[in-house]
Design a protein around this ligand. Structure first.
Ligand SMILES: Nc1ncnc2c1ncn2[C@@H]1O[C@H](COP(=O)(O)OP(=O)(O)OP(=O)(O)O)[C@@H](O)[C@H]1O
Ligand SMILES: [Mg+2]
Length: 244
């Protein structure tokens, strides 16, 4: 399975979705980040044609991959996809995370619209509703995006593809560990804390205990969100789970 995680908006959870939701649940899956790289003169540069050609070659050589496309590269990538006819078909599906903020929902709508324009059909688009506050009513929180999808028919989001706001995502950011790994960590931090002498060691272990507990709490939600995306249907050509 080859998935692109994409949105014109920054900070909607593309990297989080790629690393913690998708890759750990797809056997043998690699994550490739198409991020801006710093050129020698310190300027930010985005993906160029040659790199895109390399990305396309790489996609042909591998079975399971999630490509995390940094916001600053989205425009250029979609332009290149238009130039290299049918290259959008290299991905089985496009996962588009969104968050409650209205501007981000508008950017998400624009992203879905642009993907549709380059020829991605609704059955290959998946929306992940991220940073959701479970106390807020879903339909009014995402009214902007849901109305756009309903009126255009460009995507058929499933309201069960939800990730709640949880501080654990920031805690594990940059550690290189997935939440699934942290949740499966069987270390008994409580007894290690009891044995530790120095307060600083105790504090470090207490942080790991808190992360382990939070990770164990979010894994069932991530499992449910992954199931709701019904990515298997991308490979079989079956219809995705109907929206609710
Ligand atoms: N469900 C969530 N609950 C709480 N924090 C979250 C959640 N999802 C993501 N975050 C946090 O929000 C920030 C942005 O997430 P992330 O880096 O995944 O976004 P991104 O779309 O990849 O951003 P960029 O466009 O900069 O690459 C990070 O600090 C991340 O830890
Ligand atoms: Mg990112």
């Amino acid at each position: 399975m080859k998935l692109a995680v994409i949105n014109y908006s920054g900070n909607v959870g593309k990297t989080t979705v790629a690393r913690h939701l998708l890759a750990p649940r797809i056997p043998g899956c690699q994550v490739v980040a198409v991020e801006s790289i710093n050129a020698d003169d310190g300027q930010r540069v985005t993906i160029r044609g040659r790199q895109f050609a390399q990305l396309q070659e790489f996609l042909q050589s591998i079975d399971n991959v999630v490509v995390d496309i940094g916001a600053s590269n989205v425009e250029e990538l979609l332009k290149l996809m238009r130039r290299y006819q049918d290259s959008q078909q290299d991905f089985d599906g496009y996962v588009v995370p969104t968050v409650p903020a209205r501007k981000q929902q508008q950017d998400t709508a624009a992203t879905l619209g642009e993907l549709a324009r380059i020829g991605v059909p609704p059955a290959r688009l998946r929306v992940v509703f991220n940073q959701v506050d479970e106390d807020d009513p879903f339909d009014s929180t995402f009214a902007t995006l849901l109305a756009y999808c309903a009126s255009t028919g460009i995507a058929r989001p499933n309201a069960a593809a939800v990730i709640s706001f949880n501080e654990v995502y920031s805690l594990v950011r940059g550690t290189g560990q997935s939440l699934a790994e942290l949740a499966a960590d069987s270390t008994d931090y409580k007894s290690l804390i009891a044995q530790a002498g120095k307060p600083s060691d105790r504090l470090a272990l207490a942080r790991r205990l808190a992360t382990q507990r939070l990770a164990r709490g979010v894994v069932p939600e991530l499992d449910a969100c992954f199931a709701a995306l019904d990515l298997q249907s991308l490979l079989t050509g079956a219809q995705p789970v109907p929206s609710s």
